[in-house]
Design a protein around this ligand. Sequence first.
Ligand code: TXA
Ligand code: MG
Length: 354
Amino acid sequence: HTIIRKINKEHPDPEVIREAGGILRAGGLVAFPTETVYGLGADALNEEAAKKIYAAKGRPSDNPLIIHITNMKDLERIVTEIPETAKKVAESYWPGPLTMIFEKAEIVPYGTTGGLKTVAVRMPDHPAARAVIDAGGGYIAAPSANTSGRPSPTCAEHVAEDLSGRIEMIVDAGPVDIGVESTILDMTVDPPMILRPGAVTREMLEELIGPVDVDRTILSAKSRQAPKAPGMKYRHYAPKAGLVVVEGPEKDVAEWIGRRTAELQKAGKKVGIIATEETKGLYPQADVKVAGTREDEGTVASRLYAILREFDADGVDAIYSESFDREGIGAAVMNRLLKAAGHQIVKLPAKEQD
Ligand code: TXA
Ligand code: MG
């Protein structure tokens, strides 16, 4: 049986927080919101507790967890060394949607790091997350609170869908703000390397600390190399129906998708389409969901996972999505969308100017 408690995001009810903290300290599992996605928390320094996360999610045990903290003092206990550049990054982007990788200290169990000598650490900004982390002892391991292979949860209902009956408690503070997981920045290499794109972009980091590498497997279809973040190798964020991304001039994309939709519908299939405020009118005949506006890819980030879940619930047979700009948070949006699509992308040629 899973207890679900609603709280106010800005002023979390102290009684609910105490209850969540008690469960975490006793080695139990509590899902809670962060500004990126909902996390599934356990005491990070208790190996048995961390193991329960893998069981609840059906997650492969070589996929390491992120440890969540609320202040810099606590970082010192779980890493061997904090590089100067990391301090600089932390000053600007912690608390926030950013995870950094360090050499782990002895105290961090291998059960939390998937056997690695490094540890991922994040300091979230969400008031409810911070309250839960502190109440739970200050070191909370938390992957996204979804069943392995499903889209990450952006509201408490998604968590309940996947994990009800498998965890002790869900702290519900409403939908999250950002909607895609934190940027992961590896500080154990020089220059630092982005292993997963998120709301803290490469441009933002480079402005602060100079050159930053990006793991080449992030946007490419079939790199022979394994991604440096073990979790990025799994087919994540996958909707049940096949998903294809279509890139090209707006009208051509709509025409292509429209033609394909008509064919599939004639064969008795249900089609879902991911479009934007600007383009939704171009698809008269199908189940169209508006991801957001092209003026701000952040709006797409916050809706994307919910849309993939909605199409699952609608029972569509195929999903076609428009493509998005890869600038800023668009890099994170396209990374998640292409992963959900298993990198199936149709590129229509750009038209010559008249
Ligand atoms: O926004 C987020 O980061 C959310 C919220 C809950 O904080 N958490 C999250 O955790 O996305 P998860 O477990 O779903 O993704 C963590 C990613 C995985 O791809 C994992 O392989 C990678 O981080 N990772 C963790 N520790 C690592 C390490 N030591 N070295 C390289 N990659 C690591
Ligand atoms: Mg995840």
